[in-house]
Design a protein around this ligand. Structure first.
Ligand code: ADP
Ligand code: MG
Length: 326
């Protein structure tokens, strides 16, 4: 490929060499509506819908060249990592625990018991992502994939008003998608690329990542299939987060494992697949009966483990006052 050709930018998938109307339709069926998402496709995915292997290779390569995703040198990697942005949680302590906020281009998982505050953080992020970068936002919109019907506009209003923002304007930049089953949840994400691009989405939430999978795949015999589907789902998520420089935020429940005799027997759902695919994992728990929560950074690619406290009030996610009792 000449350097001139490799620098060519294609705007729509139809503009890619080898993509006519019929192939474009097949690509859309697979959920590839944009050149950015196609750059992250695998040949196997395209072959599934009857596109020839060689053609699939060429299409993906052209999409990659157009989105400048190929081999890079380490110094270029530094530059790429400089594109990573950080989204504030609303609590300075929690941001510090996360190394300055929640990173784009990666999956951040918050797990914890019912009522520990996972969905509250998700709501707060929907407001915060709309802030300008100087205020810790990403100047973008949010996509909220809701599997448990927990999204509440009332909560968004309270948080927005507290920050001096007009709730009506904030609502306009939050796109909701209710997922009825795990297959539906996967389908929504697989077809999210266009919505993400058209609405300048910078935050993709899946609340909860695992609930449908957990309730539908019961018993040992279905475990392998569940894990394979979860793996596929999370890989789609990471590809979208990278393609659009967005935050991927997922929530997860916990279960207590009976086989653990020492230490904490509380474990997040999803086993090794979720553990290895989430880049950053935070374990949330209540500190007594009040609004205070404890966040524990359990795993991160480059940050040390640690803990902090924050609180959930009518205003949203906040730091704990110095003199506040736990
Ligand atoms: P999870 O998603 O982890 O199950 P949630 O994020 O739904 O838990 O957290 C629910 C908790 O958040 C409530 O038990 C309450 O402590 C707190 N909370 C929710 N709404 C408000 C509010 N308007 N004012 C103060 N605290 C609230
Ligand atoms: Mg919840």
């Amino acid at each position: 490929m000449s350097s001139e050709e490799s620098e060519r930018r294609y705007r729509r998938i139809e503009d890619l060499p080898g993509v006519g109307p019929s192939i474009a339709n097949k690509l859309r069926e697979l959920g590839f509506h944009t050149v950015e998402s196609l750059a992250m496709a695998t040949i196997r995915e395209l072959v599934q819908v009857g596109i020839g292997k060689k053609r699939a290779f060429e299409i993906i390569n052209a999409a990659r060249a157009s989105s400048s995703l190929s081999f890079i040198r380490a110094d270029e990697l530094i530059e790429k990592r400089q594109n990573i942005l950080k989204l504030t949680t609303g609590s300075k302590k929690l941001d510090a625990l996360l190394g300055g906020g929640i990173e784009t281009q990666a999956i951040t998982e918050f797990y914890g018991e019912y009522g520990s505050g996972k969905s509250q953080i998700a709501h707060q992020l929907c407001v915060n992502v709309q802030l300008p970068v100087e205020r810790g936002g990403l100047d973008g919109g949010a996509l909220y994939i809701d599997t448990e019907n927990t999204f509440r506009t009332e909560r968004i209003s309270q948080m927005a008003e507290h920050m001096g923002l007009d709730p009506q304007e904030i609502f306009k930049r939050i796109i909701l998608a209710e997922a009825y089953t795990s297959d539906h949840q996967m389908f929504l994400l697989e077809n999210a690329d266009r919505v993400i691009k058209e609405n300048n989405i910078k935050l993709i939430i899946i609340d909860s990542l695992t609930a449908h999978f957990r309730s539908e795949y019961i018993g040992r015999e279905s475990l392998a299939e569940r894990q394979q589907k979860l793996n596929q789902h999370m890989h789609k998520l990471i590809r979208l987060a990278r393609a659009f420089n967005a935050v991927a935020f997922v929530t997860n429940q916990v279960m207590s494992s009976p086989d653990v005799f020492f230490g904490d027997s509380i474990r997040p759902i999803g086993g090794h697949i979720v553990a290895h695919t989430s880049h950053t994992r935070i374990y949330l728990r209540k500190a007594g009966r009040g609004p205070v929560r404890i966040a524990r950074l359990v795993s991160s690619p480059y940050l040390p483990e640690g803990e902090c406290v924050f609180r959930i009030t009518e205003n949203g996610i906040e730091d704990v006052e110095e003199n506040e009792r736990r």
